[in-house]
Design a protein around this ligand. Sequence first.
Ligand SMILES: Cc1cc2nc3c(=O)[nH]c(=O)nc-3n(C[C@H](O)[C@H](O)[C@H](O)COP(=O)(O)OP(=O)(O)OC[C@H]3O[C@@H](n4cnc5c(N)ncnc54)[C@H](O)[C@@H]3O)c2cc1C
Length: 380
Amino acid sequence: MNFELSNEQQDIVSAARKFAEGEFQDRAEEFDRNESFDEAIFKKAADLGFVGVFIKEKYGGVGMGIFDANLIMEEFNVVDPGIAITIATSAFGAEVIQEFGTEEQKNRYLPPLVTGEAIMGTALTESDAGSDLAAARTSAVKEGDEWVINGSKIFISNGIRANYLLCFVRTDPDNNDRHRRHSMVMVETDRSGFKANPLKGKLGIRASETAELSFDDVRVPCSNLVGELGNGFAQATYLFNYNRIGAAAQAVGIARAALEESIKYVKQRIVFGAPLASFQATQFKIADMFTWIQAGRNLYYEAAWKIDQGIIDHKLIAAAKSFCGQMAVKCADMALQMHGGYGYYSEYKVQRLYRDAKITEIYEGTTEIEKIIMARALLS
Ligand SMILES: Cc1cc2nc3c(=O)[nH]c(=O)nc-3n(C[C@H](O)[C@H](O)[C@H](O)COP(=O)(O)OP(=O)(O)OC[C@H]3O[C@@H](n4cnc5c(N)ncnc54)[C@H](O)[C@@H]3O)c2cc1C
């Protein structure tokens, strides 16, 4: 593996950074405060080709590999994690359609995501089934040529914005293998019996929308089944491989922002008659942050590069996700500490980063779940 980015990759990085600085920077604090988002930013992102970048050319996208796609993810997150994740998750789950869907489903669902005409989300989590996804109870029962869906989902990104949601539903509750009890079904959000309520009051990434969903006899045609019946858990795992790297890249972006803010601040803040930067205790923090960011980036680069070569290394993906999440939380904490009392107030970006960082330890598999994955692989 070559650690130098090619000219083309460097162009991707600078285009992403330029877009994020131009569009997000001045609105980030407002969106965070109001838990809101301006769809015009998403439309511009789509116009410039930043949405669904992994979608193949034949379905309207540019067919980027996971490595290149996450260069954009990292750059967007340096500028603002809430807006970054809103744009990134606007095609959340399209990876599953592209891999497991029928040609008809690919042609129907993928092109409008790239142009920004449609938004997609993925609904896995339930109130009693988060880390233990196989415990999900939302049911889909076949009646004639339709699936009838009943149940609820929680913490669903884009639950309200989305035009369609990839839903993890229980289709075979009596199967002896609990990982074969579920399937994936596409649900258009204008179907009768579907409701989405916003969940406000998040700690961080407050520009992004999260909702709880209810399904009350929601009927979808049988042709909305994605992939093979009973293969839902495997499809969710497939999606996690991609999105755990996305969460790791997000964490590296947040940690970089924490370092950038800290460097600026410690050079100008005078304490005991000297810049904060001149004290060794400060220098050690800056050096540690730099080291951890490099280590985290190398982990996710390698995991992503391997996926692009067709190698799925579950324990490496889990290592990247868990290390980067913990690292971002630690870097954001150190950045706030270096800012002293000022960092505790919302005018300083580090306060937002401190709150935003925590999500990278929770979604796409908590730090503990990632460690379980690694330990199982190492000890088996
Ligand atoms: C802002 C936000 C956006 C989200 N977006 C989506 C989305 O778009 N789609 C979606 O489907 N879900 C989404 N989620 C849900 C997210 O993936 C879950 O919250 C996450 O998987 C954890 O599940 P849980 O909240 O039920 O926690 P739990 O599973 O109840 O875990 C609670 C704690 O117990 C620990 N734990 C669990 N099992 C074990 C074990 N075996 N050993 C040791 N410790 C354990 C966990 O690590 C955690 O610390 C989102 C969540 C948030 C907060």
